[in-house]
Design a protein around this ligand. Structure first.
Ligand SMILES: Nc1ncnc2c1ncn2[C@@H]1O[C@H](COP(=O)(O)OP(=O)(O)OP(=O)(O)O)[C@@H](O)[C@H]1O
Ligand SMILES: [Mg+2]
Length: 243
């Protein structure tokens, strides 16, 4: 299993109502899982927990068989940098860095992702160029010393996506990754994801929120197990999908 959640409870503020109350959730290798729920229901909170940003007050969160909820913070950060690509809903780009420097950032924190990016291209920077080009960011946008702050929202989202994919992490957490993209670019995103997965010989699990995701209607019946009892939320995995 790539992800196993067991009897997890999480509250942002101690003593207040739990945002997450998940009895069981499993995501197998190769599955692409949508997470659905209304605004404020806890989708981003769940991703923060899967990405090791926050820890549950009860229960266990296993990623690739490792219980990240019990790890010391530094060790957890290193583990997550090695194995998890995170596309944040608010992008979280570093405004004063170039597009390429933003994309290669995970390779600075993870030798494993650095080596993988270098093996498949000449260098992480070359890989970043290729990923951005595949996502439709033209060379004129890549060069010329532009910082990410000078890009449109849709262009920034593509930089955030490339950063999540670089170095072939085993788990990709994409929180509403296509909310600012036009239809053509959304297609390209899925193509790039499929291609990089096939090249690496193992498909990443791909939880992503669907509140703005065009592919929701193409979901096949759920194959991931999820029992969720979070009080203020209708959180459910929408099943894996194939294009
Ligand atoms: N850093 C935080 N501190 C305190 N409460 C938070 C924090 N982040 C989120 N929350 C609360 O947790 C709940 C779930 O928020 P979350 O962002 O996970 O929802 P969401 O399903 O991702 O919503 P959206 O679809 O709008 O992105 C909300 O009530 C929100 O106010
Ligand atoms: Mg959210």
């Amino acid at each position: 299993m790539v992800v196993e959640i067991d009897h997890v409870r999480f509250a942002w503020i101690t003593g207040q109502r739990d945002t997450l109350d998940i009895t069981r959730m499993e995501i197998a290798a190769g599955e692409r899982v949508f997470v659905e729920g209304p605004s404020g229901s806890g989708k981003s909170t769940l991703f923060s927990m899967l990405g090791g940003v926050v820890c549950p007050r009860e229960g266990t969160v296993r990623v690739l068989g490792t219980d990240i909820s019990r790890m010391p913070a530094g060790k957890r950060d290193r583990f997550c940098a090695d194995h998890i690509g995170f596309v944040f809903q608010m992008f979280n780009l570093v405004p004063y860095l170039s597009l390429i420097d933003n994309v290669v950032l995970p390779c600075r924190f993870s030798l494993r992702r650095f080596e993988r990016a270098r093996t498949r291209s000449r260098s992480p920077e070359a890989k970043a160029h290729r990923l951005l080009a595949r996502l439709g960011l033209e060379p004129t946008e890549l060069h010329g010393g532009r910082t990410v702050a000078e890009l449109s929202i849709g262009q920034q989202q593509r930089v955030a996506i490339a950063r999540g994919l670089i170095g072939a992490p085993e788990l990709i957490l994409a929180d509403e990754p296509t909310s600012a993209l036009d239809e053509g670019t959304r297609e390209r995103f899925l193509e790039v994801l499929s291609e990089s997965s096939m090249r690496s010989g193992r498909l990443p699990a791909w939880p992503c929120s669907t509140s703005h995701c065009w592919s929701a209607s193409q979901s096949s019946p759920a194959s991931s197990a999820c029992i969720c009892r979070s009080p203020c939320l209708d959180l459910r995995t929408g099943g894996s999908f194939r294009r």
